[in-house]
Design a protein around this ligand. Structure first.
Ligand SMILES: *Cc1c(COP(=O)(O)O)cnc(C)c1O
Length: 348
C-alpha cells in the first residue's frame, strides 16, 4: 500500500522550514513593521502571501477540489523539481517516464542526480503499461507521464494511467498542461480515489499567462504540505497572484480562447492535410500539431527565413521527420500555410 512516510526523504521529513514574517502573522490589515519592507511604493513594497490563499480558494471552487489539495509553483517546472527533491534520494532512487515526452522531466532529474528511466510509448503513442510496470523497482519513487503528451499531441488512455497508480508505492505524476484542449476529462476527479496521484496543470497554455509563471500541482493535503514546506517562501510574486486571480474571475475568456484555438486546430489540420510535403499528420488533443515530412530541417530553415518559427522534433525518439507546430490565430496559421505552399511549389 502507498504510504507517504515510506517515500519522503529523511532530510525533508526532519526539515524545520523557514518561517517568514508573513507565515507568523497572516492578517492583512495593520501597521506592518515585521518584514523590513519599505513603507513606500505600494503595492509592490509588500511581500506576497506565501500560501497564496485567496488564489487557491478561487481555483478550488472552479476545479471542484479543496484549497488544501493545491500547490502553486513558479511554473510547473517548480512543482516537477520539488517533487523530485522531496521524494527522490540522489544517486539512489529513480524516476520512470515515457519516451518521447516533455524534456524538462529528464533535465530536472539530472540536476538532482536522480536516475531517469525512459520507457518507449507503443507505436501508436499509447502507454506501454506492462513495460512501465516491469521497470519499477524498490527505488522507483515517481512515475511521470504527460497527457495530452508533448510532443506526440495525443491523450493517454485513462484506465492505462490509473493502472500505474494501483499498487504502486511511489507517486504517479500526470502532467496535464494541455488538458483544456483535450477531448478527454482531467484525472482530477480521481484524486480522492488515488492517494498517490499528483496532477500538474499550468496557467501557461489555455489561460494565456505563460509570462506570469504559474504552475499547479493537485494532490492529497499530505503531499501538498510537503511541497509547501520546501518551496521558496515567496515563490509566486504579487503581480502573478493578482493577475491569476483576475483571470480566474473571467473563466469565460479562457473558454473562448480554447474554443477558438480548437476551431483553428481543425482548420489548420485540414489545410496542412492538403499539402503534398506532409506525409503524415498525427491526431491532436492539444494546441499543437505533430506532422511528418521528408526533409524536416530544410522546411524548418525555410520557415525561419520567412520569420515563421516552429519546432523541429525530428531528432526525438519515434518522431523521425517530425515538425511540431503550435496552433496560432487565423493570420498566423494562414502565414504558415502560405509559406509551406510556396516551399512546396518551389521544390516541385
Ligand atoms: C508547456 C508545458 C508545461 C508548462 O510549464 P510551465 O512551467 O508551467 O510554463 C508543462 N508541461 C508540459 C508538458 C508542457 O508542454
Amino acid at each position: 500500500m502507498f504510504n507517504i512516510n515510506n517515500i519522503i526523504r529523511d532530510n525533508i521529513r526532519n526539515l524545520k522550514p523557514y518561517s517568514s514574517a508573513r507565515d507568523e502573522f497572516k492578517g492583512c490589515e495593520g501597521v506592518f513593521l515585521d518584514a523590513n519592507e519599505n513603507p513606500y511604493n505600494e503595492p509592490y513594497n509588500r511581500y506576497p502571501d506565501p500560501a497564496q490563499r485567496i488564489v487557491k480558494e478561487k481555483l478550488a471552487s472552479i476545479k471542484g477540489v479543496r484549497a488544501d489539495q493545491i500547490f502553486f509553483g513558479n511554473g510547473s517546472d517548480e512543482a516537477i523539481d520539488l517533487l523530485i527533491r522531496a521524494f527522490c534520494e540522489p544517486r539512489q532512487d529513480n524516476i520512470i517516464s515515457i519516451d518521447p515526452s516533455y524534456g524538462m522531466y529528464e533535465v530536472a532529474a539530472d540536476i538532482n542526480a536522480v536516475e531517469f528511466v525512459k520507457v518507449k510509448l507503443n507505436e501508436d503513442f499509447s502507454l506501454n503499461v506492462s513495460a512501465i510496470k516491469q521497470a519499477i523497482n524498490q527505488n522507483t519513487k515517481l512515475i511521470m507521464i504527460c497527457s495530452p503528451n508533448n510532443p506526440t499531441a495525443n491523450s493517454l488512455n485513462i484506465q492505462d494511467m490509473l493502472s500505474l497508480a494501483e499498487g504502486f508505492k511511489g507517486l504517479l505524476v500526470v502532467d496535464e498542461a494541455y488538458i483544456d484542449f483535450s477531448s478527454q476529462p482531467s484525472l482530477l476527479r480521481f484524486m480522492n480515489d488515488y492517494s498517490n496521484l499528483v496532477v500538474l496543470q499550468t496557467f501557461s497554455k489555455a489561460w494565456g499567462l505563460a509570462g506570469l509563471r504559474m504552475g499547479i500541482a493537485f494532490a492529497s493535503p499530505e503531499i501538498i504540505n510537503i511541497l509547501s514546506k520546501i518551496k521558496y517562501p515567496y515563490n509566486v510574486n504579487v503581480m502573478t497572484q493578482k493577475l491569476v486571480l483576475e483571470a480566474l474571475e473571467e473563466v469565460k475568456a479562457k473558454e473562448n480562447w480554447v474554443s477558438e484555438i480548437l476551431l483553428q486546430r481543425k482548420y489548420l489540420t485540414e489545410m496542412l492535410q492538403g499539402l503534398k510535403i506532409v506525409q503524415k499528420m498525427y491526431p491532436s488533443d492539444a494546441n499543437f500539431i505533430l506532422l511528418k515530412v521528408a526533409n524536416p530541417r530544410e522546411i524548418y530553415d525555410y520557415l525561419v527565413q520567412k520569420k515563421i518559427i516552429i519546432r523541429d522534433r525530428s531528432k526525438v525518439t519515434m518522431c523521425e521527420g517530425c515538425l511540431r507546430i503550435t496552433v496560432g490565430n487565423k493570420y498566423e496559421n494562414k502565414a504558415l500555410y502560405d509559406a509551406l505552399l510556396e516551399y512546396e511549389n518551389k521544390t516541385k
